[in-house]
Design a protein around this ligand. Structure first.
Ligand code: C2E
Ligand code: CA
Ligand code: CA
Length: 616
């Protein structure tokens, strides 16, 4: 009989094995399930999880055989741990290494043995997962693959137990050290510099024996808006209050840093399971969500929390932080305060998002953006008054993509401002073709302007230069539509931008009016020319006695009082048109006249209605 040699690194191996605290532990269902699965997969009567100790092999689970351990010097597993690949003995009686082994010649009369090494993450073998039979047999490749996977799973289970044990020990040590009712750790002790925290993460990831831990990114969704509206000092006080609260939600051993003025990073060691991570993320969200009392007022600043768990699955801090960022983005998409832990589906989604973003970036460079045009018409005379240009993306394989499918990607990839500029440039060129069909007509070329452009000084300069150098045809005016939500900069800044546009003769319109929250007195301070009333109100017109009718009446009365022009969006029926006309609305836009269409169709429509009235 060939006795397995003792490997050179056996001392380190034994130390590693003992750190799991699993030797001589009581039976556990999860390991017995794995033992039973070995039997099922291999089709053998016996399935074993064997750990190779100094002088014995000890069975964490032994299904189909009544044994707890055997001496190491006669064990098959002593051989298995010498290699990284499975050790498969199809018939021990014909194998010179084992034919005279007492385990073969006597009970349990082993003939077939397949051992799959149980490798710790640092490469040391702890033991083996083995299938044993009293008859010779063979394993198919798919069985071997499945058992290899099962061996990895068994080690992961052991790792989980080890992490939970370490966590429990650290909790206990903390309780013993802490005098009862001691004060909570002050927030200042919780926070460290960004550089320090990131190097701590790198260090933990580089350990050959990577510990389990959690990374949590949290974002105060409205902090920038609050700073803009109520001042930096208020935002600072709010931030300070949230620091204290965070300190109360986190375990003692956690550390934090500020990534930006509204995003923080938390490192939570000793988290072993997804459930523990989600529990902590939920606790943070719950703790930080309620409004903070500031003098006379309550300020709410919802938080988004994104979490990722390290279980030996990350090679560098970048991947880890970007997974937590994906989870954060998922949480931030929902209104209010939410948390999200990274999972496979969101990783795939993020991958697809990235692909779409880079395809769009290439598409914009290649000129795949295609403005379509929808008529603006006089509700009373049906005259053609202008067009709104709406973005379409003609993808490489010819498919036409609607804005709902690419604007979010454009925003994420920071392309939205560029997209708006391209739309304006191309639409001005198109307006000249329209003017040739219908010369000397007063017309409006209306375009959407995103906050991405409004808030970017360099892009604004480009916009002004474009307006100054690319004049519209005779009789045409440029109108720029913006959402109430995009006017969140400080009054002084936005007023300056809007005035600069106004001075260049650009008409300014509020888009989707009625869906935002801006105060009228604020809007009245800016040089707006018109309101585009959101189609959700118009849609409800057909049902009589809707309260929205009254809202529309109020909007129109208010617009008249403020001397604002009105365009009703989403006019689909003649009934709606009549009501709107009767109640003083001036222009309409909607499927009643035409859907947005390519330039050529727009030219055709203009051509067939030279007399200016549109078909209804
Ligand atoms: P919007 O500016 O409110 O544009 C009106 C949207 O309503 C258009 O959708 C239009 O096709 C649709 N619509 C017009 N009449 C009717 C109608 O009678 N019934 C119904 N159900 N819908 C009607 P579209 O083209 O899908 O654009 C969606 C949104 O995407 C636009 O809403 C605008 O917010 C944004 N968008 C489009 N092009 C651009 C662009 O170049 N830049 C920016 N920043 N946003 C754009
Ligand atoms: Ca619009
Ligand atoms: Ca609109």
């Amino acid at each position: 009989m060939l006795q397995a040699p003792i490997p050179a690194n056996d001392a380190a191996r034994l130390q590693e094995l003992r750190s799991y605290g699993v030797l001589d532990s009581p039976d556990e269902q999860v390991f017995d399930d794995i033992g039973a699965l070995v039997r099922d997969i291999a089709g053998t009567p016996i399935g074993i999880i064997s750990l190779v100790d100094e002088n014995r092999q000890w069975f964490k689970s032994c299904i189909g055989l009544d044994a707890k351990e055997t001496p190491r010097n006669i064990s098959f597993c002593g051989h298995t741990i010498l290699q990284r690949t499975p050790l498969i003995i199809e018939d021990a009686l014909t194998d010179p290494r084992f034919c005279d082994n007492p385990l073969v010649l006597q009970e349990p009369h082993i003939r077939f043995y397949a051992g799959f090494p149980l490798m710790a993450s640092n490469g040391l073998a702890l033991g083996s997962l083995c299938a044993v039979d009293q008859h010779p047999r063979q394993l198919q490749p798919h069985q071997i693959h499945a058992l290899e996977r099962l061996a990895r799973l068994a080690v992961q289970q052991m790792e989980l137990k080890r992490q939970s044990r370490l966590f429990a020990q650290s909790q206990q040590a903390r309780q013993e050290q802490e005098p009862p009712n001691s004060a909570l750790r002050p927030a200042s002790a919780l926070f460290t510099s960004k550089e320090q925290l990131l190097s701590m993460v790198e260090l933990m990831l580089s350990q050959s024996n990577q510990a389990c831990f959690g990374i949590i990114r949290l974002e105060f969704k409205d902090l920038r808006r609050i700073a803009g509206a109520l001042g930096e000092a208020t935002a600072g006080v709010l931030r300070e209050a949230q620091r204290e609260r965070l300190g109360q939600a986190l375990p003692e051993n956690a550390s934090c840093c500020e990534l930006t003025d509204q995003e923080w990073l938390v490192l939570a060691p000793f988290l072993a399971t997804e459930a523990q991570l989600c529990e902590l993320a939920a606790a943070i969200t719950q703790q930080l969500h309620p409004p903070v009392g500031m003098g006379q007022q309550l300020l709410s600043s919802p938080v988004a929390v994104g979490a990722a768990l390290v279980q030996g699955n990350y090679g560098n801090a970048n991947d880890l932080l970007s997974d937590a960022a994906i989870a954060l983005r998922n949480a931030a998409r929902r209104p209010g305060s939410h948390y999200s832990c990274i999972d496979l589906a969101s990783r795939i989604q993020a991958q697809q998002d990235l692909e779409l973003e880079s395809e769009l970036r290439r598409g914009l460079r290649k000129g795949q953006l295609e403005p379509h045009f929808q008529p603006l018409f006089d509700l009373k005379t049906h005259q053609f008054k202008g067009v709104e240009a709406l973005a379409r993306w003609r993808r490489s394989h010819g498919e036409l993509v609607m804005p709902s499918l690419f604007l979010a990607a454009a925003e994420r990839a920071d392309l939205l401002g560029q997209l708006d500029l391209q739309m304006i440039r191309q639409s001005i060129t198109a307006s000249h073709a329209m003017a040739r069909v219908k010369p000397d007509q007063e017309m409006v070329l209306s375009l959407n302007l995103s906050s991405a452009l409004l808030e970017n000084a360099a892009l604004l300069e480009e916009l002004f230069a474009l307006i100054d150098t690319q004049p519209l045809p005779q009789g045409w005016r440029l109108q720029l539509e913006m959402l109430e939500g995009s006017l969140q900069q400080a009054d002084g800044d936005i007023a300056q931008t809007l005035n600069q546009l106004h001075e260049r003769g650009v008409l300014l319109a509020i888009d989707d009016f009625g869906t935002g929250y801006s105060s009228l007195s604020r809007l009245n301070r800016f040089p707006f020319h018109s309101l585009k009333v959101d189609m959700s109100f118009v849609k409800l017109l057909d049902a009589p006695e809707q309260p929205s009718n009254r809202i529309l009446e109020v909007i129109q009365a208010m617009a008249e009082a403020l001397d604002l022009h009105t365009t009703a969006e989403g006019v689909e029926t003649d009934g709606q048109r009549q009501w709107l006309e009767l109640h003083g609305f001036q222009w309409g836009q909607g499927y009643l006249v035409a859907k947005p269409m390519p330039l050529q169709d727009t030219l055709n429509l203009l051509h067939t209605h030279q007399d200016a009235a549109l078909p209804l």
